[in-house]
Design a protein around this ligand. Structure first.
Ligand code: WAQ
Ligand code: MG
Length: 255
């Protein structure tokens, strides 16, 4: 099958009155065949317009033809860790991160960076050993794009595993599968910036996608996305992979 894809990306923000710092509302990225572009743009438009972080006064939807060949990859194994408080959630997250080989120091640094920094659009790359910041993207971070999980295949996966279909979880699983398959990535830590969504996760290629049911209090608009990366690796090429290499998730029942 020689199908060509288009990368469709959306970004919505709120500028408010003059001089106010831009507030990120929503972003989204899909891969679409030419014939499905209208539907893809519509989906992203709806996502940006109906967001719990607020009503955007700026939105951009961009289309790019993808020249690079698409790589198909399996979703990560998924588990849910039930916790009863935010504190318990972070204890579980720390434990999981250490299990992937991230150093204690890097975990501490990540938590410090997340609380000090207001990266709300992308992810922060942190050295999994030293804890130093590896990307130079300031408060924008690195935005992973050019990934997707076709609805039909995702639907079968969700049914097989007994998960209710959840577009947010689908998106996070897709991103985590793309990110964690890069050999330089040790682990990912994430929770949403949507005030109403408190479940987050730790992911790694061997650890899988480990959901944690409470990583922040309801009402909190501070999200987090940290990629722990081997500091000895070629960071430029890792970022290029995250932003540019097209990846589609494909689940097979026998895997
Ligand atoms: N690339 C890099 N960073 C991103 C991207 C991206 N494509 N999308 C979002 N982020 C960053 C950004 O800084 C956001 O503020 C933060 O992640 C959170 O994004 O039930 O919904 O889309 O299994 O709000 C995880 C649990 C939900 C799902 C995560 O994140 C489940 C979520 P959100
Ligand atoms: Mg969000």
């Amino acid at each position: 099958m020689d199908e060509h894809f288009y990368s469709v990306r959306m970004r919505a923000a709120q500028h408010g009155s003059e001089g106010q710092r831009e507030k990120h509302i929503s972003g989204g990225e899909l891969l679409s065949a030419y014939k499905d572009l209208e539907k893809a743009a519509q989906m992203l438009l709806e996502k940006g317009l109906n967001h719990s972080r607020g009503r955007p006064d700026f939105m951009q939807i961009q289309l790019d033809f993808v020249e690079e060949p698409v790589t198909y990859t399996a979703p990560l194994h998924t588990a849910t860790n039930e916790v009863s408080s935010v504190e318990e959630g972070h204890t579980a997250a720390r434990k999981l991160l250490l299990r992937t080989g991230v150093s204690e120091r890097a975990v501490d640094q990540a938590y410090q960076m997340v609380t000090e920094n207001s990266v709300t659009r992308g992810a922060v790359l942190i050295d999994a050993g030293t804890g130093g910041r590896l990307d130079q993207r300031g408060d924008r971070g690195v935005r992973v794009s050019r990934m997707d999980w076709p609805a039909e295949n995702y639907g079968r996966w969700a049914e097989f595993h007994g998960f209710p279909e959840n577009p947010r979880m689908k998106e996070a699983l897709t991103l985590a599968a793309k990110v964690c398959r890069h050999p330089a990535v040790t682990a990912e830590l994430c929770w949403s910036d949507d005030p109403g969504y408190v479940t987050g996760y730790v992911a790694g290629s061997r650890l899988g996608y480990q959901r944690i049911t409470k990583l922040k209090e309801r009402g909190d608009e501070q999200g987090c996305r940290v990629f722990f990366v081997d500091g000895r690796a070629d960071i430029k090429s890792c970022i290029h992979y995250l932003e540019k290499d097209p990846i589609i998730i494909r689940w097979r029942e026998t895997e």
